[in-house]
Structures are given as structure tokens and as C-alpha cells.
Design a protein around this ligand. Structure first.
Ligand code: NAD
Length: 273
């Protein structure tokens, strides 16, 4: 079990992980390239070291390095750690897994991919909280047996439930259940803004629920969409087929068919939470 964890990226997820590890009695240090993020993290007083200098961060000698930055920045960070010949176990929190695991393998790093299935539409350390991760699922991908065992125990210690899978399979699944829902939420907002932004005045609870995630961070989500483009693109095609089917039934005023379709999905959704 790691005793000192070094977190790279002190935003919503890095901050929440740091607070949860600190609460579990594990020492944490933090590195971020943004002085604003560091200033925000200083106030909570949980970090042994907080710096924008990678060498100072590595001098803390963490026995686990946890990367919690957007995926493209994550790859740059991995390259920097590779150049510095870091042998420490490294994991990450990025929402896509195949590219980052592949890059880590190419660099010969001791890496196991990770993705906490917890989050919110707001970013930054100020919005982080230890409780965000409690009870949530954590996915581990493509690590060796020993790394998976260490990371499994660590995440269970902070109240998470762990599942292990291949990075490519992770990206296929999360392309459907997470990336695509964000895309259609952004697209719905785009539709309204294109028609007439004054229409927003008439929106109610349904619209609010559906578009909560459209308030998410542009860097994070453009990274996710471009990194997982193939899987997301396949889901878009399937969804267009489904929408066309609904359109046809609506145009034909096929009420019994529409009722059957709605009953089918509505009961599945009602049983879900
Ligand atoms: P965030 O915007 O809240 O924080 C990112 C932090 O990383 C910022 O403080 C930023 O300054 C820092 N950063 C960016 N590039 C850096 C670099 N090159 N070196 C050092 N620091 C750098 O983002 P977040 O919501 O915490 O997301 C972090 C990662 O976690 C992303 O990869 C995201 O896909 C993943 N994730 C997010 C959520 C969510 O709901 N927000 C959920 C699960 C996983």
C-alpha cells in the first residue's frame, strides 16, 4: 500500500483524490503547472509539498504517481516522466484509456491505467471533495498483476469499487455510457443556441437534467472526443439510426409502437437508480 502519493494535476479529480488519500492517512504531495491551481490547493493544508517544479515534486519520492490532468496533457506528462527515467508506479484518472496505456508502454514506464467513475460538470480544486469518490466505481486497465493488486487495495481503502478490464474495451464502453451522452447534451444546447437563445427562458426541469453536463470543461471534453473518436463515431451512427426510427414512427403517428418503445426504455430507466 503506498504511503506517499504524488498527484499531478490539482483540479476536481486530483483534488478529490488528494483529500480522500489524506483522510485515509496517506501522505500527499501535488504538482500543477498552474499557479492558480496551486494557490487554491494550498488553502486546504493537506499537502506535504505543492509545486510547479517537476524535480521538486519528484524529490518528495512518492511511491505512487497519480496523473489527474486532461488526456493530452497526461501524455505529455508521461513523456516527461519517461525522459526523467522515473521507475515509480504510475497511474492516472483520464477518461480515455487506450492511448495513454499505449504511450506508457512505449515509454517503458511502470504504468497501470485508471478511471474513477465519479465527477461533476464543474472543474478545479475548489470544487473537489473526498466524498465524490466514495462508493463510486474505479476502472483499472492494462497494468501487471502486482500493480493492479496495489491499486485495487488503495482505491478500496478510499471506499471505491474496483473493476479491471482492457483499455480498448474501456473506451468502447465509456464511448457509449459517458462520452456520447456528453456529446448529445452539448449538441442539444447548440441546437437551441442556433435556433434562438431566448428559447432558454422557456426551459424547465427536463431540459435542466438533460443539459447539466453540457456545462463541462472544453479542454477535457475536446481531448476525450478526439482521443476516442472511433468508438464515439460508431455510436453516433447507431444513434442516428435510432432517431430515424423514432422519426418514422412519429411521422406515421404510430401511437402503439411509440408507447411500446417508451414503455420498454422507461421501465429500464425506472429500475436503474
Ligand atoms: P480540472 O480541469 O478540474 O483539473 C485539471 C488540472 O490539471 C488543472 O489544475 C490544470 O492546471 C492541471 N494541468 C493541466 N495540464 C497540466 C500539465 N501539463 N501539467 C500539470 N498540471 C496540468 O480537470 P478534472 O475534472 O480534475 O479532470 C482531470 C482528469 O480526470 C481528466 O483526464 C478527466 O478526463 C478525468 N476525469 C474527469 C472527471 C470529471 O467529471 N471531471 C471524471 C473522471 C475522470
Amino acid at each position: 500500500m503506498p504511503e506517499k502519493i504524488g498527484i499531478i494535476g490539482l483540479g476536481l479529480i486530483g483534488g478529490s483524490l488528494a483529500k480522500a488519500f489524506n483522510k485515509a492517512g496517506i501522505k500527499v504531495c501535488g504538482y500543477d503547472k498552474s499557479i492558480d491551481s496551486i494557490s487554491s490547493a494550498v488553502e486546504c493544508g493537506i499537502f506535504e509539498v505543492l509545486t510547479d517544479d517537476m524535480d521538486e515534486f519528484l524529490d518528495f519520492n512518492p511511491d505512487l504517481i497519480y496523473i489527474a490532468v486532461p488526456v493530452n496533457a497526461g501524455i505529455e506528462v508521461l513523456q516527461e516522466l519517461g525522459h526523467k527515467n522515473v521507475r515509480t508506479l504510475i497511474t492516472d484518472a483520464c477518461s480515455t484509456k487506450a492511448t495513454i496505456c499505449y504511450e506508457a508502454g512505449k515509454l517503458g514506464l511502470n504504468f497501470c491505467g485508471g478511471h474513477p467513475i465519479a465527477g461533476k460538470e464543474v472543474s478545479g480544486f475548489a470544487n473537489s471533495e473526498a466524498e465524490l469518490l466514495k462508493g463510486a466505481l474505479h476502472i483499472l486497465t492494462d497494468g501487471d498483476e502486482a500493480s493492479v493488486e496495489i491499486l485495487k487495495k488503495l482505491h478500496e481503502k478510499i471506499g471505491m469499487k474496483v473493476k479491471v478490464m482492457k483499455a480498448e474495451y474501456h473506451d468502447e464502453i465509456f464511448g457509449v455510457v459517458s462520452h456520447f451522452p456528453h456529446l448529445i447534451s452539448f449538441a442539444l444546447m447548440e441546437l437551441i443556441l442556433k435556433k434562438d437563445k431566448n428559447l432558454l427562458e422557456y426551459t424547465g426541469g427536463g431540459f435542466k437534467d438533460f443539459t447539466r453536463i453540457a456545462a463541462s470543461d472544453p479542454v477535457m471534453w475536446s481531448d476525450i472526443f478526439t482521443d476516442n473518436s472511433e468508438h464515439i463515431s460508431n455510436v453516433i451512427d447507431e444513434y442516428i439510426d435510432i432517431l430515424n426510427d423514432w422519426k418514422q414512427q412519429i411521422n406515421k403517428k404510430e401511437k402503439p409502437v411509440l408507447m411500446k418503445k417508451i414503455r420498454h426504455v422507461s421501465s429500464a430507466r425506472q429500475c436503474l437508480y
